[in-house]
Design a protein around this ligand. Structure first.
Ligand code: HEM
Length: 411
């Protein structure tokens, strides 16, 4: 489906209709020439050699100036010992990823947008729009949500309102970019504006797709990562040891190259995503009849899904310890060994493989290091267990409530 018969498995009409109101003709929701054009433009930006160091610069800046000061203000060593503040780490990571993706993809700091409402209201609208769009797929028949949309009632009414707000946010991003001038800028949106500046609706779809690609997936990865750290102090300790070997007692990474000297950290991020892939499953629709390699007949029009979450937990793929969180499985003599993307489908595989993988991994690793070396993060209620909420990217129902303490690195 992803490898040899790619052309037979487009996204297809059923999904493009379900997600059409939110994503329009953005890269996630189109096939054929429209997809090829956006893929080519985005690859020029995201596939460039300099992308990792560009991402490194943006992320370290965001961590130092926003993330760390925010978390610092919640550490329980401050204030009275009786009032330990509980913080939703998932929410913090959503804000952080939103800022990052805007700076990275659009060359804009969201703090500079002139919006009529606080940013948090747009964030709520964005969450609601993705959740309500995903719920359309759960309807017994598409007719149900289509009638609700026509009558403007129930979830469809809420979705329409949320999309109006998402539209306002995207328009402001585009307006701001025009105001700043885009011809000398190298960010993704500037590239697109250089080619389709006349088409505001198309630019809106591109902005929304990249917000979705970069915000929810990275926030989801980081949330799962810190949940796993809270359950596996031995892994956290090994990350600390490895990073101290490379960074000494400094809390800040000096360069992108230092990250490349930390295979255990790399293994831990891959292992986290194996067990908690942010995109849990992905479907396509067969254009023509087909036969899968195991002999299964697929009739034209059938929806075919691969399930990254289930595949990451299959014994025949990962062995009898498939349910355990073991970064060591990715290391051979201390060297990181990648797996085939067709086995490890977290970032998709084949021609539509994720374009933001490198950037997402750099993000994840820098945040992981920066926070682990500065803070001790614990789940607020030790009996708490994660449950997923419905949506386009995996998220934890009710967020990730944590308490946070300062960490002193032992000399
Ligand atoms: C851990 C974080 C991430 C994960 C797990 C992830 C995963 C995926 C997956 C599974 C797909 C295929 C989706 C589909 O078929 O509809 C995809 C596509 C894509 N991703 Fe990511 N992604 C991540 C982060 C990012 C980031 C940060 C960006 C942008 C900066 C990005 C940009 C894209 C784009 C543009 C596509 C569309 C590719 C195409 O259709 O040709 N991703 N990603």
């Amino acid at each position: 489906m992803l490898k040899t018969r790619f052309d037979n498995y487009p996204k297809g009409k059923p999904f493009s209709t379900i997600l059409g109101d939110l994503l329009g003709h953005g890269i996630f929701n189109v096939d054929g020439e429209k997809w090829k054009f956006q893929r080519k433009m985005a690859s020029l930006e995201l596939g460039s050699l300099s992308i990792r160091s560009y991402a490194f610069e943006i992320v370290t800046n965001e961590i130092e100036h926003r993330l760390v000061p925010l978390l610092d203000s919640f550490t329980s060593t401050r204030g009275t010992s009786t009032s330990v503040a509980v913080l939703d780490l998932q929410d913090v990571f959503r804000r952080f990823s939103f800022d990052n993706i805007c700076r990275f993809s659009f060359g804009i700091d969201p703090g500079c947008l002139e919006l009529s409402l606080p940013m948090s209201e747009f964030s709520v609208a964005f969450d609601l729009a993705t959740k309500a769009s995903a719920e359309r797929a759960l309807s017994l028949s598409p007719l149900i949500w289509k009638i609700k949309r026509m009558l403007n009632v129930g979830t469809e009414k809420k979705l329409k309102k949320a999309i109006t707000m998402v539209d306002a946010l995207a328009s402001e991003v585009i307006r701001q970019k025009r105001k700043m001038g885009f011809s000398n800028h190298q960010d993704l949106l500037s590239r697109f504006m250089g080619t389709v500046d006349y088409d505001d609706k198309y630019l809106r779809d591109i902005v929304v797709s990249f917000l979705l690609a970069g915000r929810d997936t990275v926030a989801s990865s980081l949330t799962s990562f810190f949940w796993l750290m809270s359950q596996h102090p031995e892994v956290e300790a090994a990350i600390l040891n490895e990073s101290t070997r490379v960074m000494g007692h400094s809390q800040e990474l000096a360069s992108f190259e230092q990250l490349q000297q930390m295979p255990y950290l790399q293994a831990s991020t891959y292992e986290c995503l194996r067990l908690f892939p942010p995109v849990q499953f992905d479907s396509k629709f067969a254009r023509e009849d087909d036969i899968l390699p195991d002999g299964t007949f697929v009739r034209k029009g059938t929806r075919v899904t691969y399930h990254a979450y289930a595949m990451g937990r299959m014994e025949n793929l990962w062995g009898p310890d498939c349910l355990e969180f073991k970064p060591e499985r990715w290391l051979k003599n201390g060297v990181f060994m990648p797996e085939s993307p067709f086995k490890y489908t977290v970032f998709h595989a084949g021609q539509r493989v994720c374009l933001g993988k490198e950037m997402a991994l750099v993000d994840m690793k820098i945040v992981a290091l920066s926070l682990i070396r500065r803070f001790k993060i614990e789940i607020a209620d030790p009996k708490w267990k994660p449950k997923f909420a419905p949506g386009l990217a995996a998220s934890m129902k009710g967020g990730l409530p944590i308490v946070i303490r300062e960490r002193t690195l032992s000399p």
